[in-house]
Design a protein around this ligand. Structure first.
Ligand SMILES: [Zn+2]
Length: 301
């Protein structure tokens, strides 16, 4: 367990937006989390302004649309096809569901706020073949959606040193920024504007916390930045104007391990940013809420 730093707890009167969580989501039985509805209600009770969930495949898209029949006030979703979905779904099922997903994305752009999470994950895809497959699907997504003028939410995870593919040790993917570089290459190829792109749960490497905002990209800081130094380090040099806040719940708990996080914990992202940037929580709250409203063109009622 990493040492927990002594950061001030979130203040009581913050307003906040969670730009990325997973609610509803397939959950293990007896996970001890409040119900989806309770999580939704708590979020607004504590000062939430807008809650954005993210689907990752066809199943979670359908769950989300269903949940939104009863819970649509200040709640929206981004429509995603996660790199893990590409890697872990058997090919037949993947290609079948992919067609339905793409059909939905093209025919119902008014129902969702952005496209994502999409991206590359070289931790989950460890071989060259699996990595190339993720790239192939990601390129198709940009090709088919670039004219929709929607924001993109990226999941980008490069391989750690011990995950470099031993069959192809010299390959460009086997660098600590291998996935970052590949994403930048693809965005350029499809002429996707940086101001339309958010790197969700931004994980570094550290110098990218400066490089990406300089190019106009937005980064979102997970609630786990409160208790885990590695999540603080990567955005400590990023300008506040480029940052948003998320929980990625039920992942990324502020200071515990395991799938036990809830959207109202996004207040801990604010506390973490206030700490790394040495400014008031109130200021971080104001700026990150404004950033999210602008980026997603949110209509708060
Ligand atoms: Zn996520």
């Amino acid at each position: 367990m990493p040492k927990r730093k002594n950061i001030p707890e979130p203040e009581d009167d913050l307003k906040f937006i969670d730009v990325h969580c997973h609610l509803p989501f397939p959950r293990p039985k007896n996970d001890n989390l409040p119900s989806n509805r309770e999580q939704y209600l708590d979020f607004f009770k504590l000062g939430g302004k807008y809650l954005i969930t993210s689907s990752i495949d066809l199943q979670t898209l359908n769950m989300t649309l269903d949940f939104m029949k009863e819970h649509s006030k200040n709640f929206g979703f981004t429509c995603g096809w996660a790199p893990q979905t590409v890697t872990y779904t058997p090919k037949n099922k993947h290609d079948q569901n992919w067609k339905k997903w793409l059909e939905f994305v093209k025919s119902h752009p008014e129902t969702y706020l952005g496209i994502g999470e999409i991206g590359l994950d070289f931790h989950h895809a460890k071989t060259l073949e699996k990595r190339n497959r993720q790239i192939e699907v990601l390129e198709k997504i940009f090709e088919m959606t670039k004219n929709l003028d929607k924001p993109y939410i990226l999941h980008v995870r490069s391989a750690a040193k011990h995950e470099f593919d031993p069959q192809n040790p010299k390959h460009r993917f086997n660098k600590i920024d291998g996935a970052n570089k590949e994403i930048l290459r693809i965005l350029k190829k499809y002429k996707i504007k940086a101001k339309k792109v958010m790197w969700h749960c931004f994980s570094g490497p550290e110098e990218y916390g400066k490089i990406l905002p300089n190019q106009g990209f937005s980064l979102s800081v997970p609630s786990s930045a409160f208790g885990f130094e590695r999540w603080q380090k990567v955005t400590k040099s990023s300008p506040l104007q480029s940052l948003m806040t998320e929980t990625d719940s039920y992942y990324q708990h502020p200071f515990k391990r395991g799938p036990i996080n809830v959207p109202s914990n996004v207040r801990y992202s604010i506390a973490a940013i206030a700490y790394t940037h040495n400014v008031s929580q109130q200021k971080v709250s104001d700026i990150t809420v404004e950033n999210a409203i602008k980026f997603f063109d949110l209509k708060i009622t």
